[in-house]
Write a protein that binds this ligand. Structure first.
Ligand code: MN3
Length: 389
């Protein structure tokens, strides 16, 4: 039995992870679940998995779930309320594996608490690495913590690299679906609406990550994630657009031999692998039918249309606080776009300016990064207000 904690248990990755747990209930013991506010799903998860603890951050949701739990005498789950208490709890609780499936920059603190507590981490929160990859990976080394990637591309690379020598790698090839605007002409980009951007062809995801996929900033983040997870130079990380999303990424070795990881695009596969590593355990889904795939196509990403990719490479090259500002300013810009305050094409422009204007530090502390959240927010709010005057 593997005891697990799941952070972000009511989101897309969290619920899929729990489906896997449910189908393998002899292998896992759910010790704790953590959710921001979704008390209805969380309550159902209590009934289904009888965790020892749940953590919830929103006060109204806490009151509601407390009421439900108190009125059911069969439930022994203890409830922890509030961000700080939840983080303290995570920093102390001993389990075999923690899945961090929190979306966005809120995932960094829990990542650090899990690592400093010496627990192995299945990481779906790429922001932890984009914001603070250096701190996260150094702390993991220090506490002898393994970080298992959950992102499909990184799971693919991880699988390709099993049994291989790091020094034999020539390059890593990240595949990208290309998002909904792969074929749209650049001249049309200024007309892109929120509705257009939320329409993703291959993967079902939340709003924020769907926009990141439309701008291809998601792929930029994944380059940074690759850099930290696999300790490889940025000029050895390539992106290839592969709209069918059948190849989930590839590794080329020095003899030009290439390994690819292939399969139906379904997040359950990488989640299952991270939960069951080193085993490929049974997943109840159809096999990939190659006779049904007409063709696999590949093209170079257009760095003019998808400037965010270029910004991510540049931020990675300048290092230090640059990738943190990339992430923070992207979050703010995407929210402004979703609330229709800026245009789609403004997103990379805002990010570029924020990176350029921030006070760069080569070896930032976590406090430096949190201070940057404040600075970036104020900076962008002021810039956008000025632009409207
Ligand atoms: Mn991905």
């Amino acid at each position: 039995m593997k005891s697990i904690g799941i952070l972000g248990s009511t989101g897309s990755i969290g619920t899929q992870a729990l489906e896997i747990v449910q189908n393998n209930n002899n292998n896992f013991l759910v010790d704790y679940l953590y959710s921001n506010s979704n008390y209805k799903i969380l309550y159902q998860q209590i009934l289904d998995f009888s965790p020892n603890y749940i953590c919830i951050n929103d006060y109204e949701s806490y009151k509601k779930i407390l009421e439900l739990v108190n009125s059911n005498s069969k439930i022994n789950t203890k409830i922890i309320f509030g961000v700080d208490d939840s983080l303290d709890f995570i920093a102390d609780r001993s389990v075999d594996l923690v899945l961090n499936a929190i979306v966005g920059i809120d995932g960094l603190k829990p990542t650090m608490n899990v690592i400093n507590n010496g627990m192995n981490l299945a990481l779906a929160n790429k922001e932890s690495l984009v914001l603070a990859g250096d701190i996260v990976t150094r702390s993991a080394k220090k506490h002898q913590v393994d970080i298992f990637p959950v992102d499909s591309e990184h799971s693919a690379i991880w699988q390709c690299l099993r049994g291989e020598n790091e020094e034999d790698i020539n390059k890593i090839i990240l595949t990208a679906s290309g998002g909904p605007f792969r074929k749209l002409k650049y001249e049309e980009f200024h007309n892109i609406t929120v509705e257009d951007a939320l329409n993703h062809p291959n993967w079902e995801m939340g709003n924020k990550i769907t926009i990141d996929s439309a701008t291809m900033m998601n792929k930029g983040f994944e380059v940074i994630e690759t850099y930290w997870l696999f300790d490889i130079r940025s000029d050895k990380i390539d992106i290839i657009v592969h709209p069918q999303s059948i190849i989930h990424s590839m590794v080329e070795f020095k003899d030009k031999s290439i390994k690819a990881q292939i399969g139906t695009p379904d997040m359950k596969v990488p989640i299952n692998y991270a939960l069951n590593y080193p085993n490929h355990t049974v997943l109840d889904m159809p096999s990939l039918d190659f006779s049904n795939i007409n063709k696999l196509t590949f093209e170079k990403p257009d760095l003019i249309k998808f400037k965010c990719i270029d910004l991510a490479y540049q931020a990675l090259k300048s290092g230090g606080t640059s990738t943190a500002v990339l992430n923070i300013s992207n979050d703010i810009a995407v929210n402004l776009f979703l609330s229709k305050k800026i245009k789609f094409i403004d997103i990379p422009l805002i990010i570029e300016k924020a990176i350029e204007k921030h006070q760069h530090k080569t070896n930032p502390t976590l406090d430096d990064i949190y201070n940057l959240m404040d600075w970036t927010n104020k900076y962008i709010t002021r810039e956008v207000a000025n632009a409207h005057n």
